[in-house]
Design a protein around this ligand. Structure first.
Ligand SMILES: [Zn+2]
Length: 305
């Protein structure tokens, strides 16, 4: 395996084009959390905003406000490799690897889906790769013609997670019923996470019955997201996680500006306020849940570079 020279500034693999203009600078640092949490789903390979910051700076800012570590998530071969390589030498980062459900049909059309899945299976054996994801079904962006590939890819990812005894991060967009059906038919891994939970109280109850984790992102703070807050109310605390999905879904009051792991405190505080619970108690619970799902960040120490 080859590693990028850690002295080199990271070349961004992607650039996010904001859907609306307006202020595209990073928001200020929030007040630090007293009890730290983790961001269990972020994409730091994406350059965001008018003044992108590199991933070391992202992690430094996160540490400064009590976000002690992140799960860096790949969505194709290039970003999955990058995620695994960075996590192998960065103590504050673990990695998740996968071909995204919207990318699977493209790999398949080019005749490369099986080879890509084989490489994901190889990356999943690396000690600091602690999840397979994001994978799942997306009927919003993928039409009928891509669904067979999407299912095949999702099922293969479920198997890879089980073979390696690591977590599964689900991307579910407009496909709740089919995602649940697939998980039950194939057999869900012991630790299964609905990333950027997008369901209502009913889906939260199904997750609860099955012991599946629900990871809430910045959109739980949005005014029109009453259904997410209802789901949050019924979800057992032991199944709650928090994430940014940065650079997307920046929490209030900074919706529309670049997102980053250091903005998690806004989401966490909004969750605690909605639940009428103490922020530190919720943080302690979520931290312990996160370590149960992904293992400890300190384990499998980074390779000397
Ligand atoms: Zn994501």
């Amino acid at each position: 395996m080859t590693f990028v020279d850690p002295q080199e500034p990271p070349a961004y693999l992607r650039k996010r084009e904001p859907s609306e203009r307006g202020d595209q600078t990073y928001p200020p640092l929030p007040e630090a959390l007293v009890v730290p949490v983790y961001d269990n789903h972020t994409h730091l390979e994406v350059a965001d905003g008018d003044d992108p910051i590199d991933y070391h700076e992202h992690l430094d800012r996160a540490s400064a406000v009590g976000v002690r570590g992140v799960v860096q998530v790949g969505t194709d071969l290039e970003t999955s490799r990058w995620s695994a390589e960075q996590a192998a030498r960065e103590p504050r980062m673990l990695a998740a690897v996968a071909i995204h459900p919207n990318d699977a049909p493209e790999y398949d059309a080019a005749g490369g889906l099986e080879a890509a899945l084989a490489e994901i299976a190889e990356l999943a054996t690396w000690p600091r790769v602690r999840a397979v994801g994001e994978t799942g079904l997306d009927f919003y962006r993928t039409g009928d013609d891509g669904r067979a590939a999407q299912y095949r890819s999702f099922e293969a990812h479920i198997e890879i997670a089980k073979e390696n005894g690591i977590a599964l991060q689900i991307h579910d967009r407009d496909a709740h019923t089919e995602v649940i059906e697939t998980l039950k038919r194939v057999g869900a891994p012991e630790r299964t996470v609905f990333h950027c939970f997008s369901g209502d109280a009913e889906l939260a109850e199904i997750c609860t019955e099955n012991g599946w984790y629900m990871s809430f992102a910045g959109n739980v703070t949005f005014k029109n997201a009453g259904n997410l807050r209802e789901a949050l109310e019924v979800a057992p605390r032991a199944l709650l996680l928090v994430e940014t999905d940065a650079p997307y879904l920046t929490p209030m009051p900074y919706r529309g500006r670049p997102n980053a792991p250091y903005l998690i405190p806004h989401t966490l505080r909004a969750m605690a306020a909605h639940l009428g619970t103490d922020v530190s108690m919720l943080a302690a619970q979520i931290s312990s849940n996160t370590e149960l799902v992904y293992g400890r960040w300190e384990d499998d120490p980074v390779q000397a570079s």
